[in-house]
Design a protein around this ligand. Sequence first.
Ligand code: SF4
Length: 169
Amino acid sequence: MIKQFVPQEFCLKCQGCCRFKEANSVWSPCLLDEEIQELLDKPEIPAASISIDRRIQPIANPGGADFICPFLETLNNQCKIYSIRPFECQLYPFLINLRKNKVLLTVDLNCPYAYERINSQEAKEYIVYLAGYLNSTPLLSMLKDNPQIIQAYEDLREVAELNLPHEIK
Ligand code: SF4
């Protein structure tokens, strides 16, 4: 599990994450191959929760006009699979990003916690931790085996470069 930047109590009060404007949103979490298998091995999880392009498949929000992750419990804003939530969910508000032939660690400043603190010492220390973790041999190997995780997201701030050749994408 990745050490979290945003405290859980902040996340539980925020209505930003795990909600999407479209059913096929590019912001829906990409899944590692092993995560797909782990989810499919659970009889209570419908196969339709996973899209053909290896993402979580958002569903219509019964309480609103948007779409939500099928694992979001809207009554208490909690993730129903929190202990096994996907790598991309653990990583957020940071994302791995392919930009100008470089594999970058970027941050989504639509997250209000990240927006307020991205220039703080706390954020600097966290970025050093996270870049070091992602640049470790086992994580680089995992990313090479799961190139679907490396997407070209727009409008995110670059915070570090990862030691991955862009050709893996
Ligand atoms: S799996 Fe959990 S953390 Fe990830 S998008 Fe769905 S509800 Fe949110």
